[in-house]
Design a protein around this ligand. Structure first.
Ligand SMILES: *Cc1c(COP(=O)(O)O)cnc(C)c1O
Length: 417
């Protein structure tokens, strides 16, 4: 996940950040290319008042267990994001006193005043990551450090608290293949005040959902609507962050795409109709060039693209293969590029047979393959294999899922002990 925190890292040097409250960072994003990936787990804001105010302190954790545990639904009945575990984690913050006592409590309603800033100005930012339970009972998190890159608090401390929550609710983690516990850290502005300002109070909380595979019947490629009348993100906007404001405006375009018979929006940018993202996933396209080279392309992190953990993982695996450090069952000649791709390029590749595949990547569904794009009144067709995957996505998916579940050992899998 990239916590609320993904975009809090806009200052490339933590020493140069000057916010003394949650203020300038969380709610007005300005994104510097790749900062999320450069920051380290231990980065916390170092400013006069931040250093004197308490950071998140796991040793202060207070736990109040539920007295009425819910019954855990059968895995086959799980609907993504509809079932929540018995407990939640909450850590309050205020500009005056810094991070407060972390609490794990029974999952339940929050008490907020109607004036709270989150309810008016959408001061909410979230993350999404997964925990897996291995056959021997070991619980692991997938690359949680990638989601903890928030400068406004100590990511290690917060991760420690998330582990405590996951351990407490570990009986909720389904063990069937493809199942996991989806973890949703969220931060909201809770100041009671009307007026657009950085909040002086906030709440960081974490809830968890047991989830099944996104595609229980195996891979089923989806169709996309190459959306030319609406946008998801724009240069200088907040598209690179999981801010609540980025998602509500996608609902109407999604309905419009569904009405035309397409499953998701393919978000395009500019007069060239550059491809950016698929629904709420990052996007990859594979071309085969005349010299036999395969090219795996994803749009660059230009501030409009959410710097997904899955995106980064796909890139690392493919680069590991192409530079020979970790060979996979992929074409010998594979180049991996982060560059812009236009609909014109995809359409002509589809027509001349050089388009190999196109897929989305994100924590929830891992990989989603695409079989057609409705674009300017026509369908651009995209090849998919009989199993619904393509030659690159098939291998990447296997490796990724292997590493996520722990079946393939890797340092991306972090044990919850
Ligand atoms: C969450 C998200 C992604 C995928 O990010 P992951 O870290 O891989 O889950 C991509 N695009 C958008 C818009 C997202 O919200």
């Amino acid at each position: 996940m990239s916590l609320p925190l993904r975009h809090l890292t806009r200052s490339s040097s933590r020493l140069s950040s000057t916010f003394g409250s949650l203020s300038r960072l969380p709610w007005g994003a300005s994104y510097t290319n790749g900062t999320r990936l450069q920051s380290s787990l231990l980065d916390i804001p170092v400013t006069a008042d931040q250093t004197t105010l308490p950071d998140i302190d796991p040793s202060k954790l207070e736990i109040r267990r539920t007295t009425s545990p819910k019954s855990i639904p059968l895995s086959k009945d799980l609907v993504f994001g509809h079932t929540f575990t018995d407990h939640m984690l909450m850590v309050p913050w205020s500009a005056k006193s810094g991070w407060g006592v972390p609490r794990i409590e029974p999952y339940g309603p929050l008490s907020l005043e109607p004036s709270c800033t989150v309810l008016h100005y959408a001061q909410t930012i979230f993350e999404g990551m997964k925990a897996y339970r291995q056959a021997d009972g070991t619980i692991t998190l997938f690359r949680p450090d990638m989601n903890m890159k928030l400068r406004i608090f100590n990511g290690d401390a917060f991760l420690e608290l998330i582990k405590r929550l996951v351990r407490l609710d570990s009986n909720w983690i389904p063990t069937e293949p493809g199942h996991s516990l989806y973890i949703r850290p969220t931060m909201i502005g809770t100041q009671r005040a009307i007026g657009v300002n950085p909040p002086t109070e906030a709440l960081l909380y974490v809830i968890c959902c047991p989830v099944g595979p996104y595609y229980p019947q195996g891979f089923k490629p989806v169709s996309l609507h190459g959306t030319t009348e609406y946008i998801r993100a724009a240069p200088g906007g907040t598209g690179a962050f999981k801010l609540g404001v980025n998602y509500a405006p996608g609902v109407m375009p999604q309905k419009a795409a569904a009405k035309l018979g397409y499953a998701q929006n393919l978000w395009l940018h500019g007069p060239e109709h550059y491809l950016t993202e698929v629904g709420t996933m990052n996007l990859f396209v594979v071309f085969k060039h005349p010299d036999g080279t395969h090219e795996l392309v994803t749009p660059p992190l230009d501030g409009m693209i959410l710097p997904g953990v899955t995106r980064d993982s796909v890139l690392s695996l493919a680069r590991g293969h192409s530079n020979g450090t970790h060979k996979l069952n992929l074409p010998e000649k594979l180049v991996v590029t982060e560059r812009s791709v236009s609909m014109k390029e995809v359409k002509s590749a589809s027509e001349n047979g050089s388009l190999v595949e196109l897929f989305g990547a994100g924590t929830a569904a891992v990989i989603t393959t695409v079989d057609k794009i409705g674009y300017m009144g026509e369908d651009v067709l995209i090849p998919t294999g009989e199993d619904g995957l393509g030659p690159i996505s098939r291998t990447i998916w296997r490796e990724l899922v292997g590493r996520q579940t722990g079946a393939i050992p890797s340092d991306w899998s972090v044990v919850v002990d």
